[in-house]
Design a protein around this ligand. Structure first.
Ligand code: HEM
Length: 472
C-alpha cells in the first residue's frame, strides 16, 4: 500500500513537469487543445509533427515546451485574425534564452520585444529598402546576378559537369547583403573579416537552431568545428534548445552558454571592425555609397544608438538576408533540372522578352509572368523558415472561446499553410501555373481582402514580416 502511495505521489509531483497545464481565463475559456505531454524539444522534422497535430487538434492548437506555452496557427483566416487584425497583441518576441537574451541581447530588430526600440530600429532599417533605395542598388544587384549566372555556366562548362551551387548562391546572397549593409562586395571569402563573419553565421545557426545541441554541449568537442554538436543534428529552429524551455538549465554552467556569450562578443568584434572600416572612409572624406552602416553612423547621435546597437543591427541585417535568399536559389536550382517542361517554358519566355544579347534585369520582371510564378512557387514549396520566426503575445487574449495568455509563443505553421489543399490544388506538386495571373508582389498579396487568395506565407505575417518583403 505504502509502495503504491509512494509511486502515486511521485507521479503526481512529476506531473507539472511532464503533463500539460490547464489554464483558463476569467470566463473559463481554456487554452487551445493539444498534446497532453510536455516536450523538451521537437524531433528531426518539427514541421511534420506540427502538421499531424494540426490535423488532430485543429487550426489553432497549443503545445507545452517545458514551461513555455506555444500556440500554433495553421489556417489563413486564423493567421489574419490574430497576427494581422490583432497585431497590437501578437507582435512581440519571446526572450529566448540563447538567441534573444545571450547572443542578440534583445536587440537587432528580430530579437526586440514589441515596443519603441523595435519600432525605431525597424524604421531605420526600412529606409534602406524603400523602392527608391532599391533602385539605387539596382545596378550592383544586377551585376551580382550576372556574376552568379556567368560563374555557374563557366564552372559547369555550360551544364556538362556538375557544380555544387552552395558556394555560388552563398556568395551572391552575401554580396547583396554586404552591399546593402556596408556598401561593399567581395570576391574573396578568404578576406579574414568576411571569413570570420561567415563562420559566426554558422555558429549562430548551430547555437540557435540545432536539435540536441544543448545535450551535446556537455561533451568535449570531437573535432574543432563540431563544438561537441552531433553531426547528424538538424536545424529545427525555435524547437531545438531545451535550455530555452527549462529555466533551471540556464543556471548550470555549460559549454553552450559559454559559446553563446562568446558569439555575442565575436559579433561585436567582427561587425564592429567592419563598421570602423566604413567610419574611417567617411572620416577621410572618401566616397561611400548609401548603406545601412553609413546611415547608422551618421544618425547615431540623433537616433540615440549605442555601439552594441550598431553592431547587432548590421550583423542581423546581413545574416538575415544571406541564408534565406541563398536557400531559395539553391532550391530553385535543385527543382528545375527535374522539371524540364517548366524549364523550357521559362526559357521560351526569357528568349521572347529578353532575347539572346543580354541577361535579364530587375526591370524585365513585370514582363516575365512565368518566371515570377516560378519564384513564388519555389517560395511556397521550400520556404526557408517553415515556422517563420515565432511571435509572442504581449497581453491575454481570447479568440473564439480559446484563451491565449500573455507571454505565449505564437507560431505560424507555414508548412501546413503551404500544403493546404483547400488553397492549393495538388499542394505537393511543384506547379508554377497556380500563380499565373497573380501579378501582385508579396506585399500587395498580403493585403488582399480574401486571405485565401494570398500567394504564400514565406515572409511571415503581421507587423513583423520580413524586411525584404517589399522587394519580393
Ligand atoms: C527569401 C528571402 C527571405 C525570407 C523567406 C525571409 C523570411 C523571414 C521571416 C519568415 C521572418 C519572420 C517574420 C515574422 O516574424 O512574422 C523574417 C524577419 C526578418 N527578416 Fe527576412 N526573409 C528573407 C530575406 C530577408 C532579407 C534580404 C533581409 C534584409 C534585408 C531580411 C531581414 C529580416 C529582418 C530584420 C527580420 C526581423 C523583422 C522583425 O522582427 O521586425 N530578410 N524574414
Amino acid at each position: 500500500m505504502l509502495a503504491i502511495a509512494t509511486v502515486v505521489l511521485g507521479l503526481w509531483s512529476l506531473s507539472p513537469v511532464v503533463l500539460r497545464k490547464v489554464i483558463t481565463d476569467a470566463n473559463g475559456n481554456q487554452v487551445p487543445p493539444g498534446p497532453n505531454l510536455r516536450y523538451m524539444f521537437l524531433q528531426k522534422y518539427p514541421e511534420r509533427a506540427l502538421r499531424s497535430w494540426a490535423a488532430k487538434y485543429g487550426h489553432l492548437f497549443s503545445i507545452w515546451m517545458g514551461t513555455q506555452l506555444f500556440v500554433v496557427i495553421s489556417d489563413p483566416r486564423v493567421a489574419r485574425d490574430l497576427l494581422v487584425t490583432n497585431g497590437a497583441v501578437f507582435s512581440s518576441r519571446k526572450r529566448y534564452f540563447m538567441k534573444n537574451q545571450t547572443i542578440l541581447t534583445g536587440r537587432a530588430i528580430t530579437a526586440s520585444e514589441y515596443g519603441e526600440m523595435w519600432r525605431h530600429h525597424r524604421k531605420l532599417a526600412m529606409q534602406l529598402l524603400t523602392p527608391k533605395a532599391i533602385e539605387g542598388y539596382a545596378q550592383s544587384l544586377n551585376y551580382e546576378a550576372h556574376i552568379l549566372i556567368r560563374t555557374l555556366i563557366d564552372d559547369g562548362r555550360s551544364g556538362t559537369i556538375p557544380v555544387n551551387p552552395h558556394h555560388y548562391a552563398g556568395r551572391y546572397a552575401l554580396n547583396n547583403m554586404l552591399l546593402i549593409s556596408f556598401g561593399i562586395r567581395t570576391d574573396n571569402i578568404e578576406d579574414p573579416l568576411i571569413a570570420r563573419a561567415l563562420h559566426l553565421a554558422m555558429e549562430f545557426m548551430d547555437l540557435t537552431g540545432k536539435q540536441l545541441c544543448w545535450l551535446y554541449s556537455f561533451l568535449p568537442p570531437s573535432d574543432p568545428d563540431s563544438h561537441g554538436c552531433a553531426k547528424l543534428t538538424r536545424c529545427t529552429g525555435p524547437w531545438s534548445n531545451p535550455i530555452d524551455f527549462f529555466e533551471p538549465l540556464q543556471w548550470i554552467p555549460s559549454n553552450m552558454c559559454t559559446r553563446g556569450r562568446k558569439l555575442h562578443q565575436d559579433l561585436i568584434e567582427v561587425y564592429g571592425a567592419m563598421i570602423l572600416r566604413v567610419k574611417a572612409k567617411l572620416d577621410a572624406g572618401e566616397f561611400m555609397p548609401d548603406c545601412l552602416v553609413k546611415t547608422l553612423i551618421q544618425d547615431q547621435e540623433k537616433e540615440n544608438l549605442d555601439w552594441e546597437d550598431l553592431c547587432m543591427l548590421s550583423a542581423v541585417f546581413t545574416l538575415g538576408g544571406v541564408h534565406s535568399t541563398s536557400g531559395i536559389i539553391q532550391w530553385f536550382l535543385a527543382l528545375i533540372p527535374s522539371h524540364t517542361e517548366i524549364a523550357h517554358r521559362a526559357q521560351e519566355e526569357l528568349d521572347r522578352v529578353v532575347g539572346h544579347d543580354r541577361l535579364p534585369t530587375a526591370e524585365d520582371e513585370p514582363n516575365l509572368p512565368y518566371v515570377r510564378a516560378i519564384i513564388k512557387e519555389v517560395q511556397r514549396v521550400h520556404a526557408p523558415f517553415w515556422m517563420a520566426t515565432p511571435h509572442c503575445t504581449s497581453e491575454d487574449f481570447t479568440y473564439e472561446g480559446q484563451f491565449i495568455p500573455k507571454g505565449t509563443v505564437v507560431v505560424l505553421n507555414c508548412y501546413t499553410l503551404h500544403h493546404n489543399s483547400d488553397r492549393y490544388e495538388n499542394p505537393w506538386k511543384f506547379n508554377p501555373d497556380r500563380y499565373l495571373g497573380d501579378e501582385l508582389s508579396c506585399v500587395e498579396s498580403a493585403k488582399l481582402p480574401d486571405v485565401m487568395e494570398r500567394d504564400h506565407w514565406a515572409f511571415g505575417a503581421g507587423r513583423r514580416t520580413s524586411l525584404n518583403h517589399g522587394d519580393s
